[in-house]
Design a protein around this ligand. Structure first.
Ligand SMILES: [Fe+2]
Ligand SMILES: [Fe+2]
Length: 354
């Protein structure tokens, strides 16, 4: 038998799990035993993520400043709103990681991955902080961007969507009942499929639209690495969902399917409201209609990955996003000849990238 730490604290709270063979991933506790390893795939995801280390200092934003001056007023409005969303998006995800995912996914292998993900979210926050400091030299503009979650309705609506699904699990200390586990699953799916997998993908599409026109290469470079990280965060979360489905298939009933489908519809609407704000009456190659089509296509991919039926039937209208997965990996190889190892095979599914 592997060594165990005490099973209760003085207050009677159980930290260690019940016997290993009876344990499921969502059973309450803080399992410590790594050998024998119950979830080696999560450990491999942690190792793969380490190979993807990058730093904000590697991103050169200088040419972006000259590009910003060339933008039309409509494009400047779009980029201003976009960076305002970036100012808080990853912090919300990091908070949920600590407050919910780390607490309830009871596997030391998975918690290794989540620790690494938390570091990556911190790098993302630092990247966007640096971006805003560079793009917005005026302190008042900067302060307004960081307060966007309070002051700009289209960003506030997205934040409220996130907070709603955080609040729904806030009081859950332990996932005792079936209802508790469903609530947790909805939070997990919300953050992976709707926030990292839809809100962020929408934001990346604007960045790559600029890049396809030869603009804002610094932002695009950092976005390449954030994009890859987010893809892996989402894949990890979906692996957790798959594991729970295997261990507790009765949780995945019609009611859950309906809840997840409704959640994704709501996320598409929130992101569309943001698109209306960003695009106004439309910009060349970017408008609300094409963004709707893109978001619906992405939402269908998320539903399919989760084992549920797609609902929109939309095609991806953005050719610059179809190329994204390949370009990002190519660029990474070109820039990293020897200093870093790169995890590619088995970690990034290019079919799911846009
Ligand atoms: Fe992030
Ligand atoms: Fe993330």
């Amino acid at each position: 038998m592997p060594a165990r730490h005490p099973t209760t604290d003085p207050g009677g709270r159980r930290f260690a799990p019940i016997a290993m063979t009876d344990q499921n991933l969502l059973d309450p506790g803080f399992e410590l035993t790594l050998r024998p390893m119950r979830y080696p795939d999560f450990y491999e995801r942690y190792r793969d993520a380490i190979k993807n280390t990058w730093t904000v200092e590697e991103v050169d934003l200088h040419s972006d400043v000259a590009d910003l001056a060339k933008l039309t007023p409509g494009e400047q409005h779009l980029i201003g709103r976009l960076v305002a969303f970036f100012a808080t998006g990853d912090s919300i995800v990091a908070n949920n990681l600590v407050l919910t995912l780390y607490k309830h996914i009871n596997s030391p292998e998975a918690r290794l991955y989540l620790s690494r993900q938390l570091f990556e979210e911190a790098v993302h926050v630092q990247f966007y902080l640096t971006l805003l400091d560079t793009y917005l030299p005026d302190p008042e503009d900067r302060a307004a961007a960081f307060a966007a979650v309070e002051n700009i309705p289209s960003i506030r609506e997205k934040a409220e969507f996130c907070f709603k699904w955080m609040d729904s699990v806030e009081k859950l200390d332990r996932l005792e009942s079936r209802a508790d586990r469903r609530r947790f699953l909805l939070n997990l799916v919300c953050f992976a499929a709707c926030i990292e997998g839809l809100f962020f993908y929408g934001a990346f599409a604007y960045v790559y639209w600029f890049r396809s026109r030869g603009l804002l290469h610094g932002l695009a470079t950092g976005t390449n690495w954030v994009f890859r990280d987010e893809t892996m965060h989402m894949s990890f979360a979906f692996d957790v969902v798959d594991t729970v489905r295997k261990e507790e298939p009765d949780l995945f009933d019609d009611e859950l399917r309906e809840q997840v489908t409704d959640m994704l519809r709501e996320a598409v609407e929130a992101e569309l409201q943001f698109a209306r704000d960003l695009c106004g009456d439309g910009l060349p190659g970017m408008n609300t209609d094409s963004m709707r089509q893109y978001l619906e296509c992405v939402a269908d991919q998320r539903l399919t990955r989760l084992g549920f039926a797609p609902v929109h039937g939309s095609e991806n209208p953005f050719s610059f996003m179809e190329l994204q997965g390949v370009q990002e990996l190519t660029n990474f190889f070109e820039r990293r000849p020897s200093a870093y190892q790169v995890a590619v095979e088995g970690t990034v599914d290019l079919d799911e990238d846009f």
